[in-house]
Design a binder for this molecule. Structure first.
Ligand code: ADP
Ligand code: MG
Length: 606
């Protein structure tokens, strides 16, 4: 076959494939256009999972009568003129492709009246070709009706999923936009039945209540504006100060088997981003059972020139100029919210060194960790103090390092009720009774949790030991890393580093924190710079990982070990005092609850 130019029609159909993959992509593009047109009401009507009809009606600015045809041409847009505009996108659309693409693969009708126009215009297109145009009476705004999607591209039609699946995908898109724009009133119908409706009162929580149900919405924790705080923490202007994060996260008690409940928006645009999704998940580190994922509805706002949305025609993938700064901002926002809203924070009895784990109503002051240390003839003699890292001195000095209050041990789980110890089963589980039914506690997992929180608190109070290097090591950094490091030299000194400037973008490392002595000094420094770039507390990750390792080594209460009543009592009291008692540091559950209602059901009483 000789080389030939494709016909316009075929070229449009091919191009359409990237923008319009399925009915939900039509809904997305039309809704985005309505939002860009400053609509305050958007009604979406769908029939046959979107194959028969997708109609989006808005009360926005409308399209002037003489621009109606142009709007359907490829690369026709009112949102962009120059390359400079492209570098700072303020609207959801900008590529001027959607209407052309949609019209090319469907039978489309648009009725629009622009503000100031006396009447509206109706334009009908068939596979992108105009078939009729007339002046009609119409309210201000635009109604786009897309019928028989893919009627002229059978290959596409074959790839559509069931009506139910396509319907679900449409629901998801509409829900996302309703969350991103609480002041717009959305209504979605499938075959004339309303499936979603938001009231447009501007309150995100109201939309969340519609999406997740009022019960769940009540439990959600609102993210404060993190921008201000990070500026306080870092007086030097850093990329973080340009990024603000808001929205809601769920408490650790709400979790799902998949990540679908983490929804991310950048400047009002829903995005897919595995790395930021992971940032949210990381904020729940050690708080969620393994394989379970939290809820997060996260809005990231930043100067438009910091983010490139022109990566793919669907505009759901973006690139950040400073990926790690965004990652850090999201992770910190989620963590700090979990800390601030933690109900356990009010438990002042546990805020100190953590050795007084007394609970009201329990007379003794038997400390499980201490208890096991004292017992020198049983298997419980774990000499946990002796097992403490040799690299850490025992002195309690305030070295000013301080611990990030957002370290996981401070995060709120849900507090346990006061429990009565009933006994032990299988030499592995402690049975207790609480206000609503009974609990089975995995004694090993519980001991791991108790030790983890203990060690984290101890660590916060311990001096960090600096270890001098026999010969200094010169490390070269990128200019931006070098600036970041220079700004943080004092902070790193507190952590045990001794670093001196050594020429442009180079540093001489003379001492490192003892916990990093096994690392090559250059790698140690790079690890810390990575933490700083992400906005994380330097070394926090290393410290946590080491503590978890140590917990594994020292958690002497194993499965298969018979515990005396005082031992069980001590362990239960200390688990009650834990901040995040529901999981062990590996994310496995520490206990199972059987409610009275559940028992009644099992016995066929209700
Ligand atoms: P883009 O959104 O990238 O500009 P589209 O093909 O989606 O490209 O739309 C082309 C143009 O048509 C838009 O730039 C806008 O001027 C106009 N338009 C489309 N939909 C609407 C609407 N609902 N209300 C007002 N104008 C619209
Ligand atoms: Mg558009």
């Amino acid at each position: 076959m000789s080389i030939q130019l494709l016909s316009d029609q075929l070229a449009s159909q091919i191009a359409a494939g990237e923008v319009v993959e399925r009915p939900s992509s039509v809904v997305k593009e039309l809704v985005e256009n309505a939002i860009d047109a400053k609509a305050t009401t958007i009604n979406i009507d769908v029939r046959g999972g979107g194959r028969q009809l997708i109609q989006v009606a808005d009360n926005g600015l409308g399209i002037p009568a003489d621009e109606l045809e142009v709007a359907f041409r490829r690369h026709a847009t009112s949102k962009l003129q120059t390359a400079a505009d492209l570098a700072a996108i303020h609207t959801l659309g900008f590529r001027g492709e959607a209407l052309a693409a949609i019209a090319a693969v469907s039978q489309a009708t648009v009725v629009s009246r622009a503000a100031g126009d006396a009447a509206g215009t109706r334009l009908i297109l068939d596979g992108g070709h105009k078939s009729s145009r007339e002046t009609v009476g119409a309210p201000q705004g635009t109604v786009m009706a897309v019928e028989n999607l893919f009627y002229n591209t059978p290959a596409r039609l074959k790839f559509l999923k069931s009506v139910t699946t396509e319907k679900r995908l449409i629901d998801e898109f509409v829900t996302r936009y309703a969350l991103a724009y609480p002041d717009i009133r959305f209504r979605l119908t499938h075959n004339n039945r309303i499936t979603f409706q938001s009231n447009g009162d501007g309150r995100l929580l109201d939309v969340l209540a519609v999406v997740y149900g009022p019960e769940t919405a009540r439990q959600l924790l609102e993210i404060g504006d993190q921008r201000v705080e990070s500026e306080e923490e870092r007086p030097v202007s850093t990329p973080q100060s340009l990024i603000s994060v808001s929205g809601f996260v769920g408490p650790p008690s709400l979790h799902w088997a998949n990540r679908n409940h983490i929804t991310l928006f950048v400047n009002g645009r829903w995005i897919k981003d595995n790395s930021l999704t992971y940032a949210v998940i990381q904020a729940y580190h050690t708080l969620l059972p393994t394989g379970r994922y939290p809820l997060g509805v996260i809005f990231i706002t930043m100067p438009p020139e910091e983010v490139d949305v022109n990566v793919h025609p669907a505009k759901t993938e973006v690139r950040f100029r400073r990926q790690s700064a965004v990652f850090g901002a999201v992770q910190r926002a989620a963590r700090q919210t979990l800390v601030a809203d933690s109900p356990i924070r009010s438990m002042s009895s546990w805020s100190g060194a953590g050795t007084e784990a007394t609970t009201p109503g329990w007379g003794g002051s038997l400390d499980f960790a201490a208890f096991t240390r004292r017992n020198d003839q049983g298997e419980l003699d774990l000499e946990w103090l002796a097992a403490a890292d040799s690299t850490i001195t025992g002195q309690e000095t305030d070295n000013g390092v301080g611990f990030d209050t957002s370290s996981p041990e401070n995060l709120g789980g849900d507090k346990l009720p006061i429990m009565r110890v009933v006994g032990q089963v299988g030499a592995s589980y402690i049975i207790t009774e609480g206000p609503d039914g009974l609990f089975l506690i995995d004694q090993h997992a519980a001991h791991e949790r108790i030790l983890y929180e203990r060690f984290m608190t101890d660590r916060a109070n311990e001096a960090i030991v600096s270890q001098g290097l026999v010969a200094g090591t010169a490390v070269h950094l990128s200019p931006s890393q070098a600036t970041l490091l220079t700004e943080n030299l004092g902070r790193l000194g507190n952590l045990g580093f001794q670093i001196e400037p050594f020429g442009p973008n180079a540093f001489m490392v003379r001492a490192v924190p003892a916990i990093l002595i096994k690392l090559d000094p250059a790698r140690a420094l790079h690890a810390v710079v990575d933490d700083l770039e992400r906005g994380d507390t330097p070394l926090q990750g290393h410290i946590e990982a080491r503590i978890i390792l140590r917990v594994c080594k020292t958690a002497a209460v194993k499965a298969g070990q018979i515990l005396s009543p005082p031992e069980m009592e001590a362990m239960v009291r200390q688990l009650e005092a834990c901040r995040s008692p529901h999981t062990c540091p590996h994310g496995r559950p520490t206990l199972i609850h059987l409610s009275v209602a559940q028992l009644a059901r099992e016995f066929g009483r209700i």
